[in-house]
Design a protein around this ligand. Sequence first.
Ligand code: ARG
Ligand code: ZN
Length: 880
Amino acid sequence: MREATPKTVYLKDYTPPEYLIDEIELTFELDAERTLVRSHLSLRRNPQCHSECVTLELQGEELELLSVAVNGEKLADTDFVITPEAMIIRRVPQDKAFVVSIENRINPAANTALEGLYLSSSMLCTQCEAQGFRKITWFLDRPDVMTRFKTTLIADKNRYPVLLSNGNRTGQGDLADGRHWVGWQDPFAKPCYLFALVAGQLECVADEFITMSGRRIELEIFVEQHNVDKCAHAMQSLKNAMRWDEETYGLEYDLDLYMIVAVDHFNMGAMENKGLNIFNTKFVLARPDTATDSDYEHIEGVIGHEYFHNWSGNRVTCRDWFQLSLKEGFTVFRDQQFSGDRTSPAVKRIEDVNALRTRQFAEDAGPLAHPVRPEAYIEINNFYTLTVYEKGAEVVRMLHTLLGSEGFRKGCDLYFKRHDGQAVTCEDFIKALEDANGVEFGQFRRWYAQAGTPLLTVTQHYAADAKQLHLTIQQSCPPTPNQPVKQALHIPVKLGLLNQDGSTATVRMRDNSATEVTLNLTETEQTFVFEDLPTQPVVSLLRGFSAPVNLNMERSLEELAFLLRHDSDTFNRWEAGQQLACQIIFGLMTDLQNGRALQLDEVMIDAYRSVLSGSFDDLSYQALLLALPEESYLAGQMAVIDVDAIHQAREFVKTTLATRLRTEFQALYAQHHRDESGCFDAGAVGRRRMKNTCLSYLSKLEIEDSYRLATQQFQTARNMTDQMAALAAIVNSYHPNKADSLESFYRQWEQEALVIDKWFALQASSSLPNTFATVQALMRHPAFDMKTPNRVRALIGAFSQANPVHFHAKNGEGYQFLADQVLVLNELNPQIASRMVTGLAQWRRYDPERQALMKQQLQRIVASEHLSKDVYEIASKSLA
Ligand code: ARG
Ligand code: ZN
C-alpha cells in the first residue's frame, strides 16, 4: 500500500543492471501460513556496467527476513538496510563473483493480491510477472537479469503430494517428519518473472508430443480431482499449438516436459512460466455440457498464446517492462494466426477487429491512452492493456502485411537466431525484420511511440474521360495525454475495386496491375490514381482491416448494401453491413432525440433478408453478418455518448428486423437446430451460432412462440452453448419462466464455478428493468466472493463494463456502487481493483450530469486512504 505520492518510472532512465545473477539455488519449506524461503544467489558485477558503487540493492516486498550472508558470512545489522521495497547491502565484493544467502518467511494464505506465492483453494501457486518474485524473496527483479534456477520444494506429503517447478525433475524423496521433497532444475537461464512453483493435491492428465526432430515431450495438465474430465480440449489445443509453431515458424519446444496447472484464483488469463504454465481454470476446463463454443475457442487461443511465448517471450525476452509489447503484441499476433488457421480466418479476424475497435479504440481515445511502447508507468501491472496486447498485435500484423508472409518469416528466423537467450527491445525486433529483408522501416517505428487511433479521411474523384479514379487519403491523429501533436504514420491500406455488377475490377497503377493492392500511406495527404477504368468502380478500402485506424468515407446506404452483397474481401463485406447498420441506427437516434416516430429503412431489411437467404459454407460468418454493431461500438462513434438513445435505437432495429423477417429467422432456426451433445467442430459450431442468432432475434418479439422456443431449447439442450443462449433469450426478455429458469440453472450447475460465473454475468448485463437491484442482491449471494477474481469480473465487471444502460443510470447509483467495490477490492487485490476503475475512466464522453457524477466517484477514490499504486495511477490519470 502507498505512502505519499508513488513514483513514476521512465523508459528514458533505463540503465543496465550493475550486477548479474548467474544462478540461484532456492529451497522452499512450504506451508500455507508460514513458508520458509532459502536462497543462494551467485552474483557478479555486470561487465557492461561501469559504475563506482559498491552497494547491492535487491528488490523485496512484504518479506520477513531471518538472515542474510555474503560468501557464507552472516551480515550484521549495520551491514545492510531493509526498506519496504528493498534490501541494500552496503558493500559487496567487486573483483570476483560472490554468493548472497538469504532466509526469509512469507505467508501465502494472507496474500489476497494473488501476486507472489499464494493460496488458491487448497493449493499453493505463484504469479511472478511482472514484479511478483520480489514478494517471494529478495532478488534483482528485472527481466534483463537472467538466471539458471535450481529449486527444491519441501512440504507435507499428504497435503501437498504434487510439487512442481520449472524445468526438469532432478530428484525426490521422503523426509522423516511426514514431509517430502522434489528437486527441479531449469537448464535455460530466465528472468525471475518466469519462475513458478505449484504444490497441492492435483491429478495429472498426461499425453505426449513428438517434435519435428523426433524428440518425445511429456505433456501434463494438473487439475483438482473433480476437473479431470474437463482437460481433453486443452490437451488437444496444446498439441495443435506445438505442431502449428513448428509448421508456421519452424520453432520446436526445448524441454522434455511441458506442464499446465489450472487454478481457481487468478488475476488474468494465464502465465507462460518456463515449462510450467499456470492458467486460470477458465482457459483450461471444458466439457460440452459446461463450456460454450466460444469458451472452447478462447481455451485454444490462450493455450496457444502461452505456448508460443516459449519462444516469443522466454527464449527471447524483454529488456525492461516498457518493451512488454515485444512479447505480448507478437504473441497475440501469433495466437490470432493460429486460431484463424484452426477455425475460420474470416470469422477470427472479424472478432479480433470488433474487440479492438470497441475496447482498444476507447482506451486510445481516453485519458489512459499510451503508446504500444509506453514511456512511463507508476505500476507496471496497469500496462497489461489492450493497447500493449491488441494494438501491439496489429502493429506486428502490419509488418507482416508489408513484408508478406515469407519476408516476415525470414525476419522472425533472424530475430530468434540473433537474440536467443537475450533480453531485448522492440527496436531489436524491427531491426531483425529489416535486416533479413533488406528494407527500412524508419517511419513505421512511430507506431511504437505514438498513442491514439489515426483517422483516415477518404475522398474520391472519378474522371470519366481519362478513365481514372483519384483517391485521396488524409491521415490525422487526435492528441493524447502528453502527446499534443502527432506525426504522420506509415499506414498500409489494402484496396480492391468492384465493377458495377459486383465483379472484381483490375487495380492498375502506373505499370502494375493486380486484383488487390496495398497502398503505402506515409504522408499527411496522398492521392492515388487508378487507371483504365471504363466505368466508376466501387472502392473496397482497408481490406482485412489492414491498419488499426478509423475510416471516414462517405458512402450511401445503397453502396454499403452493394458491398455487403458483393465484396470478395470477407472482412470488408462484414464491415459494409456494420456501417450500414451504424448509419441507420444513428439516423434513428436523431429521430428519437427530435421526438420523431421511428421507421426502419427498407434498405436494411432487404440487406438482411438477402443475408438470411444467401448460401454460406461458413455459418459462423453468416451469423456475424447478421449481428448488429454492439452498443459500446456505437458509443465510440459519438461525440457525447447517449446510452439510452443508443439502446433504444438499436433495440428498435433488432425488433423490427425480427418482426419483418420472422419467417426467415424461424426457418433458419429450424434448419440448423440439432439435438447434439456439442462437439467442437466447425460445422456444429456454425450451426449453433446461426441458430442462436435467430433465437436472439426471435426473442425480441415477446410472443408466446418465441418463449416456447427458448424454453424448449433451455430444457433440452445437451451442450452449454445452446443452454446458455436459451437462458440469455429468457433473461433478456419478459419471459414468464425467467425466475424458474435461473433457479434451475443454478441448481444444476452449483458445483461448477465457471458455469456459475456465467450465471452471474448474464444477470448483471441484462438491460431490463431492476437489474441494479438484482446486482445488489447478487453481491449478497452465498456464491459471491470478492476474493475470487473470476467472480468479481462476472458480477462487478459485467455490470460496469457490459451494461451501459444500468451502469450509467442517471441517478449515479451505478457509479457509486462501482466506487464502493473498488475501495473494498483495493484492500484485497489492487490489480483487480484497478481493472474495475477503468469503468469510470471514460467520464468525459458523457453528458454534463453524468460527467459530474462519475468524476465525483473518481475523486472519492483518489482521496481515500491506503490507496494502492495500481488504483491511484488509474484513478488519478483518469481525472487528469
Ligand atoms: N504474460 C501473461 C500473458 O500474457 C500475462 C501476465 C499478466 N501479468 C499481469 N501482471 N497482469 O500470457
Ligand atoms: Zn502473453
